[in-house]
Design a protein around this ligand. Structure first.
Ligand code: GLN
Length: 282
């Protein structure tokens, strides 16, 4: 079977289970052959080896059960780096790059050398903490997660990206951080409403519910973080949260209730407010 034939077979097979069968077929073939996309189009007549063909068939069969591409191939790109992921850890989303951008913007260019302490709550694969660590080698970053499975992935990613300024710690939110203070606290917590229909569709069905859903209105964990973060921020410290596109008003209200100041809400490219930041109450 040639590359061209494999791509076509893959796309036809995956029509039954995916909205993006051609793209999925390309991703899985790239992984089976260990090549870039350009190779698939430069060498359409290249024959697959037996091993490559059986690998590709194996991947297609997994995708047919609904498993996310990122879990099947074992990685997802975020902030131009590859992060190892698999069952038990949230797959990094492109929208979370907005949170990273906003955290980086807190140190203006001439201050990039200053040593800020940063906490990433619910780090999952470690994508936020490690993106920040790459960009700001002088920041000292602590990344926590309640899940030891997630922390295992974060550790793999830490090793692969060879950063030395990230410390991983098992903790349910602030539980194991008593007495510590941070200049910046970032979090992409679970924020989907427990009965949201999209939790039982598509790729998210395979991701850990504890990383996605948070009570009836999706705001349980965000509320908890806002309530406790003040005690863990330095006096001029900043809290940055990712949240759902329709949660801007309730998140701002929760922050105002707890006397946070300088509340700023940031729009993504689709003009949705997906990130809110605020300063520690005086
Ligand atoms: N944005 C994700 C989704 O809609 C949710 C991630 C999260 O809850 N932090 O699936």
């Amino acid at each position: 079977m040639t590359i061209e034939e494999a791509l076509r077979l893959g796309a036809e097979t995956l029509q039954a289970c995916s909205d993006t069968p051609r793209l999925d077929s390309e991703c899985l073939l790239m992984q089976s052959l260990a090549v870039q996309r350009s190779h698939l189009y430069a060498w359409p007549q290249q024959a697959l080896s037996e091993l490559q063909q059986s690998q590709f068939n194996h991947f297609l069969a997994k995708r047919l059960t609904g498993q996310p591409i990122a879990y099947i191939r074992g990685w997802q790109e975020f902030w131009s780096e590859r992060f190892v992921v698999g069952p038990g850890v949230l797959i990094p989303r492109p929208e979370t790059e907005l949170l990273v951008e906003q955290a980086l913007a807190l140190s203006s260019k001439h201050l990039t050398d200053s040593e800020l302490t940063v906490l990433d709550l619910g780090t999952g694969s470690g994508c936020i903490a490690l993106a920040l660590a790459k960009e700001r080698p002088n920041w000292r970053i602590t990344a926590v997660d309640q899940s030891t499975v997630a922390l295992d992935y974060a550790q793999k990613n830490l090793d692969q990206l060879a950063v030395s300024n990230v410390e991983l710690l098992q903790s349910r939110w602030f539980a194991n951080l008593s007495g510590r203070r941070f200049d910046i606290i970032v979090s992409n917590p679970p924020y989907v409403a427990a009965d949201d229909a999209h939790l039982i569709q598509g790729d998210v069905r395979f991701e850990p519910p504890s990383a996605l859903a948070s009570g009836q209105d999706g705001l349980d964990d965000i509320g908890l973080i806002i309530e406790h973060a003040a005690r863990f921020l330095t006096p001029a410290g900043t809290l940055l949260l990712e949240h759902g596109f329709d949660q801007a008003a309730p998140v701002a209200a929760l922050l105002a209730d707890q006397q946070y100041g300088g509340i700023q809400q940031i729009r993504d490219l689709q003009q949705h407010i997906r990130v809110t930041l605020a300063h520690r109450p005086d």
